[in-house]
Design a protein around this ligand. Structure first.
Ligand code: FAD
Length: 379
């Protein structure tokens, strides 16, 4: 029978960062992660400056650099077959596999002596007697732990959302995300210092080098436009966007069928509740930012810092639970609401063929706008 001040569900960037901050502030926390690490996950694997800033705050930046992430300082956007729009980034971003990055963060949690249940999947969240009980399935015997608060950092969609009766769960989106790691030898041209975005009708794709001889090729697509096989995205975009096709050597065609896809369907970019009965949502479980126009990992790590600041404020100012919950909602909105809205609008423009053409012309006429969009959606 173990009892914690807070239990964190999920060991992605949000969960691990929350564990590190709360532990630093003296809270007795634990983290439960269902998968064995390192594991891959859907992501463009472009880490913005916000991520670097969070790592610096946690004294983890030097260790991160020793993982040899790929520095990225330029941005190029290819709309159909048109010439690219490009800009220098005003910061150094990094490309790194999520398997490596998430494992690095979770290892830092373990190194601090924080209790980690892994593999362990939280199946139930039960309220009663002023405490919250979590039922953890570790593959052989269900285990129970007790806590005052729960931090849900379990990502964009989860069976627990339904169990908690969250409103958005009945929503159907037509957006699929798919990531591939493609060997650098299959590329004709590889601009390692550049994040490249390729767009066509109902689809966009981010391409960046992530070290270890691999290039991340990550799609977001409207599945009504493309047949279900996830590898069809590559073929579809090669046909629709000549700039994308020119990236690859002809050997890509025979290699496509062997590429393991990492992905998910039905990605929901709308509003979610931020607190429910003592369960505080952070990272993607609180909101998913449109990936082209925002940095989910940056937001995940910042929302983790926010929750630990809020719990500290509750403790030092003796706030009750209702005050604390309202305070969290208010501060979360101050930090993220505007940029989520801008990112979603940019994404809607990109996914709509007519708006995208107009947007492309406007940005060609006023190139400074591109820098503004990058700043407005990247914190
Ligand atoms: C197509 C696409 C491309 C993207 N590209 C980028 C990008 O280039 N850069 C960027 O910054 N962001 C990107 N993002 C967003 C980014 O991937 C997320 O914002 C980020 O992963 C959120 O981190 P998280 O910790 O909240 O959730 P996750 O990373 O999803 O972690 C959740 C963790 O919880 C665990 N878990 C789930 N359920 C349970 C349970 N019941 N019990 C225990 N553990 C559980 C999971 O195994 C997982 O490890 C992209 C998103 C999409 C959809």
């Amino acid at each position: 029978m173990e009892k914690f001040d807070a239990a964190i569900i999920g060991g992605g960037p949000a969960g691990s960062t929350a564990a590190l901050y709360l532990h630093k502030q003296g809270f007795n926390v634990c983290l439960i992660e269902k998968k064995t690490f390192p594991r891959e996950t859907l992501c463009g694997e472009f880490l913005s400056q916000e991520v670097s800033n969070s790592l610096i705050n946690l004294d983890l930046f030097e260790g991160f650099l020793s993982l040899d992430p790929n520095p990225i300082t330029n941005f190029k956007f290819y709309d159909d077959n048109n010439d690219p729009i490009q800009t220098e980034l005003k910061f150094t971003a990094y490309g790194i596999k999520r398997g490596t990055f998430d494992n690095y963060l979770l290892s830092a949690v373990k190194n601090k002596g924080i209790k980690v249940f892994q593999p362990g999947e939280v199946r139930e969240i039960i309220h009663g007697n002023g405490l919250i009980t979590l039922v953890i399935d570790n593959g052989y015997s269900p285990q129970k732990i007790f806590c005052d608060k729960v931090i849900a950092a379990y990502g964009k969609q989860n069976i627990l959302d339904k169990k908690l009766n969250r409103d958005f769960t009945s929503n159907k989106s037509f957006l699929n995300g798919i990531k591939f790691h493609i060997d650098e030898s299959l590329f004709n041209v590889l601009e390692k210092d550049t994040i490249q975005i390729f767009v066509s009708k109902g689809i966009y794709c981010g391409v960046n080098f992530v070290g270890d001889k691999k290039v991340t090729v990550c799609f977001l697509e409207n599945r009504r436009k493309i047949q279900y096989n996830p590898r069809n995205q590559i073929k579809y975009l090669m046909e629709a966007n000549k700039n994308f096709r020119l990236l690859f050597t002809k050997e890509i065609i025979s290699a496509i069928d062997d590429l393991p896809p990492y992905g998910t369907g039905n990605i929901y970019f709308g509003k979610k509740d931020l607190v429910r009965e003592g369960v505080y949502f952070i990272g993607d479980s609180s909101a998913v930012i449109a990936p082209f126009a925002g940095d989910g990992i940056g937001i995940a790590m910042q929302s983790a810092k926010l929750i630990s600041d809020i719990f500290e404020k509750q403790r030092s100012n003796n706030l009750n639970n209702i005050q604390t919950e309202l305070f969290y909602i208010q501060e979360w909105k101050k930090l993220f609401k505007k940029r989520l809205l801008i990112a979603k609008s940019v994404q809607n423009i990109i996914m709509n063929n007519s708006f995208r053409g107009i947007g492309y012309k406007i940005i060609r006429t006023f190139p400074g706008l591109l820098g503004y969009i990058i700043r407005a959606t990247r914190g």
